[in-house]
Structures are given as C-alpha cells and as structure tokens.
Unconditional design. Structure first.
Length: 311
C-alpha cells in the first residue's frame, strides 16, 4: 500500500493535516474500544532482518522525524545509535564519533528559559588519551570545602584535605569574633590576639596547603605521563599511595591543631570544626590511607623488598 500526495496545479499552497490518519473516535462510554497499537510493524516469517527499517524518515526535506509532544517513548532493552550519540541497552550514554575525529561533550543548561546559560564538560583535547578509563562518583555529596581525589583506578572520593580546609575557614570565622569568658586568661579578651591561637592556625594552614600541593603535583605528573604515552610504573603508583596517605596525615594534623584550640565550644555537634575533625579522622582510619601501613609499603619497595599492600 502506498499513500502519496501527487503534484498539483494549485495556485496557492495548501496545508493538509495528515496523509494517513489513525484515529480512535470511540467515546468513554461503557463498551468502548481501546486500541493497543495504532500502528504495528511485525516480521512474522522466519527471515532474519526481514524488515530493515520499521520506519524511515531520513529524507532531508522532513522537518521532524518524530514529534511526540508531551508523551513518552517507552521500551525495554532497546538502544539508540546515532553517528555521534548513543544510548546502550543498560542506559549508558556516549557522545562523539568513536570511528572519526570528533570528541563528544555534555552540556548542562540552567533553568533560565529567557536567557539560559550552560556548563560544558569536555574530554581531553585532541588525541591525548592513550586508553579509556571510568570515573566513579562518591556515594555521598560530601561537605562544604571537600575535594575529590582518585584512587588511581577511577574511583573518586572526598578527601580529608577538603575536611581540613573547611575546618580552617570555619575556625577563622568562628574565632575572629570570639572573646574569653574569664578563668585563667581573664574575661573579654579577643581570642585572635592569643599567640597560641595564631600558632595553631598557622600550623593548620601550612598543613592544608602542603597537602594540596603534594596531591596536585602528583595529578599533574600523572596526566603529563599519560599525554606522552608513558607507562605509569609500580614506583609511580606506590609513590602516589604514599603521598595520599601522608596528605591524609597532614589533614588530621591540621584539624587536630584547630580542634585543640576551640575550647569547650568546639565540642558542640553543630560546630563545623569538630565535624571536620571527626571526618578527617574517619578517613585516616581506612587501611588504604593509614600512614603506618602505606609508609611501610613504600619503605619495602624503596629497599628492594616485595611491597605488601594495594598499589
């Protein structure tokens, strides 16, 4: 069957609603008819690939291949496969031409319909990837000031450095306006003028900045090696593990210094410094960031012994 609009000799253009209209005009009264599929395409024979395209709307003169309005497109384990975009049967989304020289981007728009702005996430520029990798996000949203780190295998987690950095900001804000209430120091004295408080702040700030510098240097070095196509060696991995554990130790050192100088107020659950102190210590308790365990593994490797641990 073929439905075709033939060439006409009309002097003016005519708008036709549909060449083929499938309409269930039954009412909602008792005994109404419900149609499961208005249009159904099957290949009931035994011929493999008996129908190539169930629906072909590829003509370049067609404005919209499919207009679903506010309705949904449903299915089970089907896939969407375009030249530069695809959705697998498991829901994985891919962008970019895998066989061509085109990279994909993911664009997120804000909710301003009159003047929308966007954030674009791009892969590394050019052909700098030597192998594919997967990044897995943490299981929680983290806390204000936290930083993301990778374990070298693509698993991302919030770091103790982020907790320490957040504690540092909270400590500055909290201490800047506090005064003593009496006891040995006397009342009404500004906390920020005590040398002990100043020293604890300096110690924490130096620890946080040192930890950040170590981690950022490791990441820059690793990315530089990947771009050059160099191998990430066992020595590189063990060194990175050492630095991760040591940065965690520095973060704990920072929050310990701050928490020790908050006084009784620092014990309140709503105090962000004690929250960061608990978080940093919780991170440091993990065996993969325990300084004694990881430091020993680095020492074993440096002395030519078989390193015991994950690297």
């Amino acid at each position: 069957m073929q439905v075709q609009n033939q060439v006409t000799a009309n002097a003016t253009d005519n708008a036709v609603a549909a060449l083929l209209l499938l309409d269930n005009a039954d009412t909602s009264a008792t005994g109404s008819t419900v149609i499961t599929d208005a249009l159904k395409v099957t290949a009931s024979g035994a011929l493999s690939s008996g129908i190539v395209d169930a629906l072909d709307a590829s003509d370049t003169n067609i404005d919209n291949a499919l207009n679903i309005g506010t309705n949904a497109i449903t299915g089970t384990t089907g896939t969407l496969s375009l030249t530069n975009f695809g959705v697998s049967s498991t829901g994985a989304v891919s962008t970019g031409a895998a066989a061509g020289n085109q990279s994909g981007s993911v664009v997120f728009y804000d909710s301003d319909s009159s003047s929308p702005e966007s954030v674009t996430v791009n892969p590394p520029a050019g052909a700098n990837l030597t192998s594919s990798y997967t990044l897995t996000l943490p299981t929680s949203a983290g806390t204000d000031g936290y930083l993301l780190k990778t374990d070298g295998s693509g698993a991302l987690a919030w770091t103790a450095i982020g907790a320490a950095k957040g504690a540092l900001d909270a400590y500055l804000e909290m201490t800047n306006g506090r005064t003593t209430r009496g006891a040995l120091a006397g009342g009404g004295l500004r906390m920020k003028e005590f040398a002990t408080v100043q020293l604890r702040l300096a110690e924490a700030a130096a620890s946080v900045e040192g930890a950040e510098l170590i981690l950022l240097t490791d990441m820059r070095n690793a990315l530089a090696k990947l771009r050059r196509g160099d191998e990430i060696t066992v020595a590189d991995r063990i060194r990175a593990r050492r630095n991760q554990a040591y940065c965690t130790r520095l973060a704990v050192q920072a929050v310990e210094a701050l928490n020790a100088s908050t006084g009784g107020y620092g014990l309140h659950l709503e105090n962000p410094v004690q929250r960061a102190w608990r978080d940093a210590n919780a991170v440091a308790r993990h065996v993969s960031l325990n300084w004694d365990a990881v430091g020993t593994m680095y020492g074993q490797h440096a002395f030519g012994l078989e390193p015991k641990g994950q690297y």
